[in-house]
Design a protein around this ligand. Structure first.
Ligand code: SRM
Ligand code: SF4
Length: 512
């Protein structure tokens, strides 16, 4: 299939060049061949870049052991799907594990390229896909984690998220229309009042809003983080009804971005850079032209007016007699046996469904009142608590040096160790959200945290050591705003007392 021509591609950077030569999606037909010849014989660009179009990530830190990034629309998996993922991970023994991601998604580790054809068959049979989950594609689409079960929800986002994903990925088979975007792209659909999806940091965000008494969405565009710049999404001044209009508008925005987006410099290719260049009015006009209709102006205000809730613990559902239970998964890391267990619990006590959150936790919905006591007594809840320590509870961490070659520091294990130590020393009445990210790419979203820690290298006593830049002031939920860097270059080995002081001074912590 031809890739999209744009005026801007005349100056081709390395990425635009290889995309123009061969679309990333083309490697789908070569998987059997790659499996036969082995990863070391695969063309370098196919190996390191194009395979990401299928969600297959070569890991230079662990050569030969790949990461597989799934798509988990709205963060929802059936217990059977989770079991399939557990079986995939299990075959890799101690190399196999999985991570719940900051986009309500799951990634599998330890994967061997020779097994991919077989794994893709398994995924297909279980109605799962990893298609277009990396590189210049639309990432996992997030939605309210308690869609359809929360008594206070405004719009059930599940179908909408699925429909947008199906449009973009051709029902998970791959869709050449959207495999050559100028850069990655994030979409979120919020259905509740507490902005559980971090709407403001997505390239497109739909947030609930009433217009003339009718419930629909206001639309925000251009939110993103990168090493060069972080920007909160801005209003497109559009309101849409919560139906196929969401799909049509997403398609139109993506098409304008694909065809007009800036491609010369990858540091300036995200949607906001195009909006800056055109102005929001002109951008809106192009979207309308693409749609062939006039868009309705935004409702005066949106309905995001609650503080964000973390969903950990036991909650009544809108369906009488049913409950959902949010389990804390420390820094999102799962082993195969955890996944089997979680899947079993969801089947035995609930309706066979598991949900993931952008805080890297899991929710088991639809547990009848009479099953609750036994569910809460299950041994897995010792590991994945419903009432974890205050700091551990709100901890988020990106992958970091264990598997990511961009990382400047180790994150997950360090984040957990520090939180445990501080939880042991301090008493706090409310959670403080600490987010770790291993480098300025900000996958761990330090800018949305109460305390954000971004990996860096620091000089100490004549040596280069692992350190962090400190971010503060991030606010989530209503009136969300991005935190900023308040202190640079703290060596990780000196971080404990720094955090202790901040927690006491700014967050009311008391020494036990
Ligand atoms: Fe990310 C690249 C991991 C959410 C911004 N991100 C990467 C890569 C693929 C780099 C690589 O090839 O090694 C990381 C894979 C490491 C690994 O082995 O796991 C990676 N990003 C992650 C995850 C797994 C972090 C986590 O532990 O949860 C998240 C996967 C989400 C998903 O399911 O798709 C993840 N990444 C994010 C987010 C947060 C979000 O979406 O809310 C951001 C900031 C928001 C944004 O993109 O606007 C983010 N990741 C980046 C960037 C910087 C993008 C830019 O415009 O410059 C990169 C680097 C790039 O794209 O060039 C990146
Ligand atoms: Fe890797 Fe950096 Fe993203 Fe962490 S923030 S996963 S270290 S790219």
């Amino acid at each position: 299939m031809p890739s999209v021509e744009s005026e801007k591609t005349k100056v081709l950077n390395k990425f635009e060049k290889f995309k123009a030569e061969k679309d990333g999606l083309d490697v789908k037909d070569e998987l059997e061949h790659f499996a036969r010849i082995g990863w070391e014989a695969v063309d370098k660009t196919d190996l390191e870049h194009r395979l990401k179009w299928l969600g297959i990530f070569y890991r230079p830190v662990t050569p030969g052991k790949f990461m597989l990034r799934m798509r988990t629309p709205n963060g929802i998996l059936t217990s059977q799907q989770l079991r399939v993922l557990a079986e995939i991970v299990q075959r890799y023994g101690t190399d196999g594990s999985a991570d719940i991601t900051t986009r309500q998604n799951i990634q599998l580790r330890g994967i061997r390229l020779e097994d991919i054809p077989d794994i893709f068959q398994q995924l297909h049979s279980a109605n799962m896909t990893s298609m277009q989950s990396g590189m210049d594609n639309v990432r996992n689409i997030t939605g309210s984690p308690v869609a359809g079960i929360d008594g206070d929800e405004l719009i059930d986002t599940r179908q909408l998220v699925q429909q947008v994903q199906d449009m973009i990925t051709n029902k998970g088979e791959g869709n050449y229309a959207f495999t050559n975007l100028p850069r990655k792209f994030n979409i979120a659909i919020e259905g509740g009042r507490d902005n559980s999806v971090h709407a403001e940091i997505n390239d497109i965000a739909f947030v609930p809003a009433y217009k003339d008494g009718q419930l629909g969405f206001n639309v925000l565009v251009g939110g993103f983080f990168s090493a060069k710049r972080c920007a909160a999404a801005v209003p497109l001044n559009v309101w849409v009804t919560p139906n196929e209009d969401v799909v049509k508008l997403s398609r139109a925005i993506l098409t304008v971005y694909r065809d007009k987006g800036l491609r010369a410099n990858r540091q300036k290719s995200r949607l906001m850079w195009l909006i800056d260049e055109l102005g929001i009015e002109k951008f809106r006009q192009l979207v309308e032209e693409e749609l062939g209709t006039t868009l309705s102006a935004a409702a005066e205000k949106d309905e995001i007016d609650w503080e964000k809730r973390d969903r950990i613990g036991v909650y009544k559902q809108k369906q009488p007699g049913l409950n959902y239970v949010g389990l804390h998964i420390p820094v999102g890391r799962l082993q195969a046996e955890d996944m089997f267990d979680l899947s079993r619990l969801a089947e035995v006590y609930g309706s066979g469904e598991v949900r993931l959150t952008v805080e890297q936790n899991a929710i088991v919905p639809n547990i009848p009142d009479e099953n609750l006591e036994l569910f809460l007594a299950e041994p897995l809840l010792q590991k994945f608590a419903i009432a974890p320590q205050v700091l551990e509870r709100a901890l988020v961490s990106c992958t970091g040096a264990q598997f990511c070659n961009f990382a400047l520091v180790e994150t997950k294990s360090r984040a957990l160790a520090l939180a445990k130590e501080l939880d042991a020393e301090l008493q706090m009445s409310h959670p403080v959200r600490i987010h770790w990210t291993g480098c300025p790419n900000s996958c761990g979203q330090p800018q949305v945290a109460d305390i954000g820690l971004m990996g860096t290298k620091v000089r100490k006593d004549g040596k280069t050591v692992e350190g962090v830049d400190l971010y503060m002031g991030g606010k989530v939920g209503k009136d969300a705003r991005l935190g900023t860097c308040v202190q640079k270059g703290i060596p990780c080995e000196d971080l404990l007392p720094v955090l202790r002081n901040i927690l006491i001074k700014d967050f009311g912590a008391k020494v036990k």
